[in-house]
Ligand binder design. Structure first.
Ligand code: NAD
Ligand code: MG
Length: 397
């Protein structure tokens, strides 16, 4: 029986994880669930999965949860605050930690799990974008097992040679006989929209992804393709490769989740429904396989697959992220922070859709050559870049 902690249990990935776990009560037990402030959702999850612990970021929400659980006769222990979330990520009884908090807020709890040598299922790509080098060093130093949940990275992982999937540290691409990683992306909801109408995009239009159902922030990132940019940086660290080894390919159908090109000309792809419960089930059971609630592909029903190159004019955020990746950890931390502020400002209708890239561009130019090596440097730069971006928001409205 493996004990699982879910960071970000009430989110899209958190709920998908619980729906896979519900199918396998004989193999997994939920040790702890954490969330920011959605008391009712966490309450329902606690009553169904009976974790030993639950933690909420917001103390008022935690107090409400505690009272509600007590009235239901539940014995789940309720904790409050960011340190409690981090402590649960590092709990001695945890075997698997699902890192599914959105944004930079996930960094410290995810690193805490890594430092305890846990099996870390990484959905929280922002953590790796901010701290890639430091994060991967800690994975190696503490013997943690890092399994990608992001569907593209999970696909690439599944297409690696079997021995390399389990090797610690993972060999370089050349040693694996790989010439390129092909990172696919749908192009989001604005693949064919007239470019000169992008500044009137509404929040509802931006979060309406054609193939995937996800949280708000990643949905906006998918519309700007910053999501693919963050994934480019994520791939660079997860697979220990250079930016030139990664190519982004638009595949609007989202059935191929990414591909690996070998030096002999072979290309291996992982295919499946655009449903996160497949990569989640894969990572939970790795190296075995378990069932998931995802329906199988029906090739008689699949339309043609198509592929194209992402247009820099349509997706400037993607290319900003690629430039930040080449510049280093300071640049990626600052760009990630700016983007979180920009996306939140767009969702709050303070700036236009097309202002997101303007704000990101200005922020990246300002912080391009900042160095951030230690965790303290990264946290301080994240704070500084947020303040800078926040002040830019005011200049846009
Ligand atoms: P979401 O917004 O649906 O959920 C976020 C979760 O994090 C919630 O449980 C929320 O309570 C919690 N949270 C938010 N801020 C917090 C804070 N400051 N402290 C503690 N907890 C906090 O997001 P999501 O779509 O599930 O995405 C989660 C992560 O997974 C993101 O990094 C995203 O990029 C990544 N991801 C998501 C998908 C997807 O399909 N949704 C796919 C690939 C990767
Ligand atoms: Mg993805």
């Amino acid at each position: 029986m493996r004990q699982v902690v879910i960071l970000g249990a009430t989110g899209s990935i958190g709920c998908s994880t619980l729906s896979v776990l519900a199918m396998h009560p004989e193999q997994f037990r939920v040790l702890a669930l954490t969330a920011a402030s959605q008391t009712n959702k966490l309450l329902a999850q606690c009553l169904e999965f009976k974790p030993r612990f639950a933690a909420m970021l917001c103390p008022d929400a935690a107090a409400e949860l505690k009272a509600a659980l007590k009235s239901h006769g539940s014995v789940t222990e309720v904790l409050a605050g960011p340190d409690a979330i981090t402590a649960l990520a590092a709990h001695p009884d945890a075997d698997i930690v699902m890192a599914a908090i959105v944004g930079a807020a996930g960094l410290l709890p995810t690193l805490a799990a890594v430092e305890q040598g846990k099996t870390v299922l990484l959905a929280n790509k922002e953590a790796l974008v901010m701290s890639g080098e430091l994060f991967m060093d800690k994975v190696e130093q503490h013997g943690a097992t890092l399994l990608p949940i992001d569907s593209e990275h999970n696909a690439i992982f599944q297409c690696l040679p079997l021995a390399a999937q389990q090797a610690k540290p993972r060999p370089g691409l050349v040693q694996m006989g790989i010439s390129k990683l092909l990172l696919t992306g749908s192009g989001g909801p604005f693949l064919t929209r007239q470019l000169n109408t992008l500044d009137t995009v509404t929040v509802a239009e931006a979060v309406a992804h054609p193939n995937w159902s996800m949280g708000q922030k990643i949905s906006v990132d998918s519309a700007t393709m910053m999501n693919k940019g963050l994934e480019f940086i994520e791939a660079r660290w997860l697979f220990n490769c250079a930016p030139d080894d990664i190519e982004v390919v638009i595949h609007p159908q989202s059935i191929i989740h990414s591909m690996v090109q070998y030096t002999d000309g072979s290309v291996l792809a992982q295919l499946g429904q655009p449903d996160m419960r497949t990569p989640i089930a894969h990572a939970l059971a790795f190296p075995k396989r378990i069932s998931s609630p995802v329906k199988p592909l029906d090739f008689s029903q699949l339309a043609n697959f198509s592929f194209s190159k992402p247009d820099p004019e349509r997706y400037p955020n993607l290319y900003l992220a690629i430039a930040a990746c080449a510049a280093g950890q300071g640049a990626t931390t600052a760009l990630n922070a700016a983007n979180e502020i920009a996306v939140a400002a767009f969702i709050n209708e303070q700036i236009r859709f097309t202002d997101i890239v303007r704000l990101n561009e200005k922020s990246l130019a300002h912080f391009l050559n900042y160095a951030a090596r230690s965790l303290d440097d990264i946290v301080a730069l994240d704070f500084e870049a947020r303040a800078y971006a926040q002040q830019l928001v005011r200049t846009f409205n």
